[in-house]
Every structure is written in structure tokens, then in C-alpha cells.
Write a protein that binds this ligand. Sequence first.
Ligand code: UT7
Length: 325
Amino acid sequence: MTQTRSIIRGVGGYLPANCVTNDQLAQRVETSDEWIQQRTGIKQRYLAADGEYTSDLALAAAQQALERAGLTPADIDLIIVATTTPDYTFPSTATIVQRKLGMHHGAAFDLQAVCSGFVFAVATADSYLKNGLAKRALVIGAETFSRLLDWNDRTTCVLFGDGAGAVVMEVEHVGDDAPERGVLASSLRSDGHYWDKLYTQGGPSTTLGMGFVHMEGKEVFRHAVGMITDVVNSVFETTGYGVEDLDWFIPHQANKRIIDGAGHKLHIPPEKVVVTVDRHANTSAASVPLALNEAFTDGRIKPGDLVMLEAMGGGFTWAASLIRW
Ligand code: UT7
């Protein structure tokens, strides 16, 4: 008997060159390094340059993931870009990345689940691969989130940054006795009743514009830990694994206090939690793959490790995915 599974073949990431510290921000808006660090754990963020678009960030991350997988664009037949900040309303940023990779083949589309987008995209690609719709997928989380910010609103503009992360996923048909590897289970959730807790005040169909981010921070915070533990426990239940089996917990990087709260509630030792929010801030759909890329690049994640991805964001949406490396 054989089993069909989807594995991670390569990981990549990209951060724009322009690093902006809290002190630098405090020269533009009424805030302080002390407030930002105390409430969020953020020390700095990277911001895309003028003329540098989400597709450029996505492309750089994708190229690194491909190179590390030892593959070329010719090997890819599916591209999913999770983003809230597409280059254009349409066509999808995924098709722009496809063009920039020189591809005419395969399928490409964007996925919109805001900060949970990358985890939703991993689960989507996993399903496409296992069901024979594709063989190798580039799954990218990419954002120029800074462009959605009202730089006069200190309650939001200090929280976010730009960046991109990517993985190459591949389908494998192996014997039942092969060592476990790949995406083991995912849990995806949303509840649109919370839409106005975190949204842009505008869009193509409502205001014919883009709108800027509006967030009821305290309300998002209030729900975050419970929603994160909900999907993480659901994935543990499906797989039969538990916290004690976990090697790495890779949470969405919105706020260090939320990460600590979720880790505490789930009884995950802090040394198993990958944290980048201090340096990257909240890069929305890019935050989880950027953290994954960092832990892979510095050698923390090793073959055979059990890795839990999780995210929560606008919608609300929340999701987790358990991967055997
Ligand atoms: O990725 C999607 C998920 N998003 C999140 O997870 C974000 C969730 N929410 C949060 O992380 C937190 O709620 C925030 C970091 C956004 C805010 O932290 P908080 O502890 O909930 O602060 P607060 O909103 O209650 O604000 C406390 C005070 C207020 O002043 P008063 O009314 O107490 O006088 C704010 O006006 O801090 C003030 N404040 C600021 N002060 C300096 C708000 N923003 C700033 C700022 N600098 N940037």
C-alpha cells in the first residue's frame, strides 16, 4: 500500500532593505519606543521602498525557496500567494509572480485570509497536491502592509511591517512504512461576525478605493489566545500528537504578549517558540513563513522535527497546521 503526502522541499524569505526603528517612527507620530516595546515587543520593522511591490517581495522569497529546494520554475505547477496587499485589485499577485518567474504553465491565484493567509494557503496547497490537482506548489505569504496604514493613526501604524516568505511543497507517493513526513493535519476557521474589529475602511466595491486599516486592538487581543488554542488543539486531536511531541511552535507574529499568552495556555516551553515580532513587527500573511524561514535558516528546524504553524487575523480568521519536517 502507498500513501500520498505533501512535503516541504524548500523555504525562503525576503525583507526590504529599509529598517525603521521605534525611535525613528516616534519622529513621525506621537509614540515612544517604550510604549511600543512594552505593549507589543516590537523594536523595528522593514518597509518596502517606493516602487517595490508585493510581487517583488514574493518573487525574492520564492526564488530563495526554489534554490534551496534545488528546483526551477519549470518544476512548479501551482502558485498561491496569500496577501492582503496585492499589487493591483486584479490580476492576482500570484499571476504577476508567475510572469516574473518566466512561467507560462501551471495555475496561480491569490488567497485572502489576512494574517492567517499563509496557513490557509499551506492547507489549500496540501489539499490540491493530495488530490492530484498539482505536483509542486510555491506557497507564498507576501505583504506591503505599510501601504494600508494611516500614518496618523498611532494605534495601528506602529504595529505592522513588510516582507515575504515562501515554501515549495511537493506531492510524494511512498510506502505505508515510510517515516512520517509532510503536512499531517490543518484546521481552518473563520467567523465573519467579527469583520469590523479589524478591516480596511474601504475597498473596490464599497468606496471605489483601498481604505486604511482600522483595528479595535483590545477586541482582537481578547479573542486571539482562545482562537489560537482552539485550532492548535484541534490539530493535535486529529493527529493524536500533543504539546510534548512538538519541536517548534511558529505563531503569527502580531504581538509578543499574544504569543506568550498562547504559549502559556498551551504549555509550550518558551525555547520552542519562534519569535520574530521584535524585528519584523506584524507582516500579516508573511509573518509565519518569515519566522519559519528564520528557524530553518539558522538550523533550529531539523529533518524529522514536528512543527506547528498558527495564525489569527482579520475576518476573524484563524488556522493551524502541523508539519513533520
Ligand atoms: O495581526 C492581526 C492580529 N492583530 C493583533 O493581534 C493586534 C491585537 N491587539 C494588540 O496587540 C493590542 O491591543 C495593541 C498593541 C494594539 C494595543 O495594546 P493595548 O494594551 O490594548 O493598548 P490600548 O489600545 O488599550 O491603549 C492604551 C493606551 C491608550 O491611551 P489611554 O486611552 O489609556 O490614555 C492609547 O491611546 O495607549 C495609547 N496608545 C499609544 N500610546 C503611544 C495607543 N497607541 C499608542 C502608541 N503610542 N502607538
